[in-house]
Design a protein around this ligand. Structure first.
Ligand code: PRT
Ligand code: ZN
Length: 213
């Protein structure tokens, strides 16, 4: 079999459509049947692995996939050993601290000794440490926005895009702690022939992006 590289992309979710859309705009053709976990292109030496976004940094660091597309938030949280090859400009969002609406906010000291619910404990801990705040972090995997209303935490740290989820849950955004967008990541130890293929793909991605700007 000829040499091909593997790219890890999100199976379904907020990154999937734009990730696959970008690859298609690069002229890379493939068939991804519903529910399929793998696909091979028939006009470019690349194979697709469809995964949960949480697993993408780890698979690329381990070399199971050579490259991948993931949000910078997920990448920072996993602290995996990968190289960021290119910022892709989609799936933009931020990680923010939020507290119930109407509660007075004097500044970061508000969180001293308080409980904060989040799915991003590492990014949050780094931020709190850097700012000299001691707070208790409660890691939960979803529906973080309801934590204050059920008495689990005084504040939350979660992804914000338009802000409407916070508003619907009676919360106010008080600190923006991390900015994120989708990035193309790569294993740091690619062989020369793999790097050559990645460079070809990057050349096409750059052309697509320049065509848009
Ligand atoms: O199943 P899998 O694990 O693969 O997916 P997932 O559910 O973990 O992630 P998914 O598909 O929701 O998001 C993938 C990535 O998209 C995230 O890691 C971010 O990098 C990026 N992204 C961009 C977002 C948002 N925008 C976003 N708005 N991820 C999540 N949200 C959620 C957020 O959690 C909150 O509940 O949307 C809500 C806030 O949105 P607004 O517009 O109401 O502020
Ligand atoms: Zn996920």
């Amino acid at each position: 079999m000829e040499n091909i590289i593997r790219i890890a992309v999100q199976k379904s979710g907020r990154l999937s459509d734009d990730s696959l859309g970008l690859i298609k705009e690069c002229g890379v053709k493939f068939y991804n049947g519903k529910g399929k976990l793998k696909a091979v292109s028939h006009n470019f030496p690349i194979e697709f692995l469809f995964l949960r976004d949480d697993d993408i940094p780890g698979y690329v660091a381990d070399g199971v996939a050579d490259i991948g597309i993931v949000g910078e938030n997920e990448l920072a949280e996993k602290e995996s050993n990968v190289t960021v090859l290119k910022k892709l400009g989609f799936s933009k969002c931020r990680l923010s601290l939020a507290i119930p609406k109407g509660v007075d906010y004097p500044g970061l000291s508000f969180f001293e000794g308080k409980n904060i619910a989040t799915s991003y404990p590492k990014i949050l801990q780094n931020y709190l440490t850097k700012n000299g705040v001691n707070a208790e972090i409660h890691e939960i995997s979803g529906s973080v926005e309801i934590a204050p209303s059920i008495g689990l935490a005084e504040g939350i740290c979660d992804i914000v895009s338009s802000g409407s989820t916070l508003m619907m849950n009676g919360l106010q955004e008080v600190e923006k702690i991390f900015k994120s967008e989708a990035v193309l990541i790569g294993n740091p130890n690619l062989k020369d022939w793999q790097t050559e293929i990645v460079e070809k793909l990057l050349f096409r991605i750059n052309a697509v992006q320049e065509g848009k700007s």
